[in-house]
Design a protein around this ligand. Structure first.
Ligand SMILES: [Zn+2]
Ligand SMILES: [Zn+2]
Length: 384
C-alpha cells in the first residue's frame, strides 16, 4: 500500500501543475501532465478532475473538457460552473445555458459562481432575454443576492445589444454602489456603439472613483480627437502624464513543440525576429492585395485593456506570435495564442485573414474569452 502522505503530496503537486498549465494556456504541457497522471495510475480526486476540466477549457480544447466532464462519476456545483463558464468563453452560449438547465433539472442548486458563468454566457452570445430572465429569478428561485459581478454581466449584455439607456438605468437603480468595472462595462458599450455623449459622462463617473484609470483617459482622448478638439486631447494627455497613468504592455504567448515563446508589442528580441518581421511585411502585402479594410483610423482602445496605438499597430504582440507560428508550422496546424489584453479590431481582422489565406486554424485567448479563427471567420461572430 502506498504511503498516504505521499499520495496526498502527489495530488497537491498535480493540482498546482495542472492549474499553472491552465493559467498559461499551454495545452501540450497540460496533455503531457494528464498522460503522466494516467500512466502512473494516480488516483484522481474530484479536485484534480475539476482542475483537469478547467485546464482543457483554458487551453482552448473545449471538446476534451466536455468529454472529461461527461465521464465524471461524481460532479459538484464547482465543476458544473467550470464547464458552463468554459462553454461561455468559447462563445457556446446556447450550450452553456442548456447545461445550466440540465444541472437545475437534476437538483443541483446554482451558486454565485454558476450564476456569474451563465450570465456571462448570455452576454458573450447575445442572449438578452434569457439573461434578464435569469437575473429576475436569482433571488426568488436560487436564493442568491445579485452582486456587482452579476450586474456587470447584465450591463455588458445590454451594452452589447446596444440598449445603452437600459444599461445606464440599471446602474443607477441597483442597491449596490457601482464600481469602476461596472461603469467600465458601459463605457466599452458606448465606444462600440459610438455614443459619445454617454461615454463622456461615464468616463467622468469613472474618474470620480479612480482618477488614474487608463481606459477612461484614453477613451476621452479618442473622443475629443474624433471631434478634432485638439486642445481637449492635449488636456487629457497632460492629465495622464501628471497623474502618471500607466498602461499595461501587450504580450502574447505561443506554445510550439512544448516550448512557450513570449512576445511583447514591438518586440525584436526573439532569435527569429528577422523572419518574423519579414512575415509581417508579407501580411501587409496580402492585406493590401485583398483590400482588407484597415481599422487603424478607428478607436482601438478598450477600457483598461488597450494597446497603445503609438506603439505601432502592426507590431502588436499577437501579430508577432502568429507570424512566428506560421514560420514554424505547416498549413492546417492549429496555432494557440494567449494574449494578456483584449485583442484589437485590427489584429482580429488579421487573424481572420491568416486563417483563410494560410489555412491555419488560430485560437486566441483574451482576458475574457476565446476566438477560434477558421476559414476567414471567427467563432465570436464579432461579439467580444
Ligand atoms: Zn492589435
Ligand atoms: Zn473573434
Amino acid at each position: 500500500m502506498q504511503d498516504r502522505s505521499k499520495v496526498k503530496n502527489d495530488e497537491i503537486t498535480m493540482l498546482v501543475v495542472v492549474s499553472a498549465c491552465a493559467h498559461l494556456g499551454v495545452l501540450e504541457v497540460g496533455r503531457w501532465i494528464h498522460a503522466y497522471i494516467d500512466r502512473n495510475r494516480m488516483r484522481t480526486s474530484l479536485n484534480l478532475e475539476i482542475v483537469l476540466v478547467n485546464m482543457y477549457v483554458k487551453c482552448g480544447d473545449v471538446e476534451i473538457s466536455s468529454l472529461l466532464f461527461r465521464g465524471m462519476k461524481e460532479k459538484d456545483v464547482r465543476v458544473w460552473s467550470v464547464m458552463i463558464s468554459g462553454l461561455a468563453i468559447h462563445g457556446l452560449g446556447k450550450e452553456a445555458l442548456g447545461l445550466f438547465y440540465e444541472m437545475e433539472s437534476i437538483g443541483i442548486n446554482p451558486d454565485f459562481v454558476t450564476l456569474t458563468a451563465v450570465l456571462s454566457a448570455c452576454s458573450h452570445s447575445g442572449l438578452v432575454n434569457e439573461g434578464l430572465k435569469l437575473l429576475d429569478r436569482m433571488q426568488i428561485d436560487y436564493l442568491v443576492e445579485p452582486t456587482i459581478e452579476h450586474y456587470d454581466c447584465i450591463v455588458d449584455l445590454l451594452g452589447r445589444a446596444g440598449r445603452l439607456k437600459e444599461a445606464l438605468g440599471l446602474i443607477q437603480r441597483i442597491p449596490l454602489k457601482p464600481n469602476v468595472a461596472l461603469w467600465g462595462a458601459l463605457l466599452v458599450a458606448c465606444r462600440v456603439h459610438k455614443d459619445v455623449d454617454m461615454g463622456e459622462k461615464v468616463a467622468k463617473e469613472m474618474f470620480e472613483l479612480d482618477p488614474h484609470h487608463a481606459g477612461a483617459h484614453v477613451f476621452l482622448s479618442n473622443v475629443y480627437a474624433s471631434y478634432k478638439r485638439w486642445e481637449l486631447v492635449e488636456e487629457v494627455r497632460n492629465s495622464m502624464k501628471d497623474q502618471k497613468v500607466r498602461k499595461h504592455p501587450g504580450s502574447s504567448l505561443i506554445e510550439l513543440g512544448g516550448i512557450v515563446h513570449e512576445f511583447v508589442t514591438g518586440d525584436s528580441s526573439h532569435p527569429d525576429s528577422q523572419k518574423i518581421y519579414l512575415m509581417l511585411d508579407e501580411f501587409r502585402r496580402i492585406r493590401r492585395m485583398k483590400e482588407h479594410q484597415s481599422f487603424s483610423g478607428q478607436m482601438l482602445f478598450d477600457i483598461e485593456e488597450e494597446e497603445d496605438k503609438e506603439a505601432c499597430l502592426s507590431q502588436h504582440s499577437e501579430k508577432l506570435a502568429v507570424a512566428f507560428g506560421l514560420i514554424k508550422t505547416k498549413p492546417g496546424f492549429q496555432l494557440r495564442i494567449v494574449k494578456n489584453l483584449r485583442i484589437c479590431e485590427d489584429c482580429h481582422s488579421l487573424m481572420k485573414m491568416v486563417s483563410e489565406f494560410f489555412k491555419h486554424n488560430v485560437i486566441v485567448r483574451n482576458r475574457s474569452r476565446f476566438h477560434h479563427f477558421r476559414n476567414g471567420d471567427c467563432s465570436c461572430k464579432e461579439h467580444w
